[in-house]
Design a protein around this ligand. Sequence first.
Ligand code: SF4
Length: 372
Amino acid sequence: MSQATEQIQKSDIKDILENSLNGKRPSPDDCMRLLESDDIYLMGLVSGFLTRKQFGKRASFVNNIILNYTNVCVTDCKFCAFYRSPGDDESYTLTLEQIESRVKTAWDLFKIRQVLIQGGHNPQLKIEYYENAFKLIREKFPHVGVHGLSTSEIDMIARVEKSSTKEILSRLKDAGLQSIPGAGAEILVDSVKDVISPKKISSNDWIRIMQEAHEIGLPSSATMMYGHVENKKDIVDHFYKLVELQEKTQGFMAFIPWNFEPNNTLLKEEGLVEYGTGGNQLLKMIAISRLVFDGLIPHIQSSWLTNGVGMAQLALQYGADDFGGTLIGEEVVSCTGARSTELTDKIIINAIHQIGYSVEERDNFYNTVKIL
Ligand code: SF4
């Protein structure tokens, strides 16, 4: 780090980077200065150093598929190109047989360790649909973890059932749900949500449902979708709302920052966002994520889905330690036309080996399946 230390000395953010090297988390004001700084390389130097200190030259990934079980949705988010209104000719909902067949194929072909189950807010689906699906997967494919349903889907089920989200979470856990994806957070600031997803749950509801999940032993990931109508202060608020909850529950296993893809979305149509934010911003967000969450949220995921494999390789140098999943079958991001959305384990393994790292195949809970 000696050459790096010299460069850090000349930087406007040297105090923040030095604090990070000494184990002191950036304050919200520091986080704002990081967001305003152009010293992305130096942030990456420190965040990469902190990551390698913890994980060595190793990156993990999970062999998984995405089951987008329905595209029927009544929430009309302006950033979404995936959903169809009830009754639309292109709407679909997978049957239990279709779910079983997809998981079976993925298990037979790829020995997947996780099914990521996400879909629209479909008012026609009762809780039994989810319970039956989870039970079926856990009973027939015991090595496959069920990682599913964003907080806003859980809220939708609670509204359909006229029940509490706590009760719904508990029933879903009993049926086999093992962990919850962080989707639906977008930016945890209501003035932003009011523009991009006015019908979706509020930031406080997202935090509350996550807390309820963590408290009954359902861990989760957390996400941030940036690069639309938010400002830097909103990003800072998002980071520190997650810090606050994690200090209470320790329920977040991973953080995944990903950039908004504007194609085919209402946000682009209405002229609110023209372009995606690109690779430079991704590296900055990954680096800041590691600096903010170091010692608190263990894993930072590189987001290959919206940025491609090459950027994910770079993200592993800038603070990410996990490549994410193979995500075969993903349909939400692919509706925006954003790059390839099929990635086999071989491509991920090669991509990690290409940067001189060893590969850890992991399960749903970030336990090692094998080292490659
Ligand atoms: S992001 Fe989810 S909740 Fe929003 S419109 Fe798309 S499917 Fe519906």
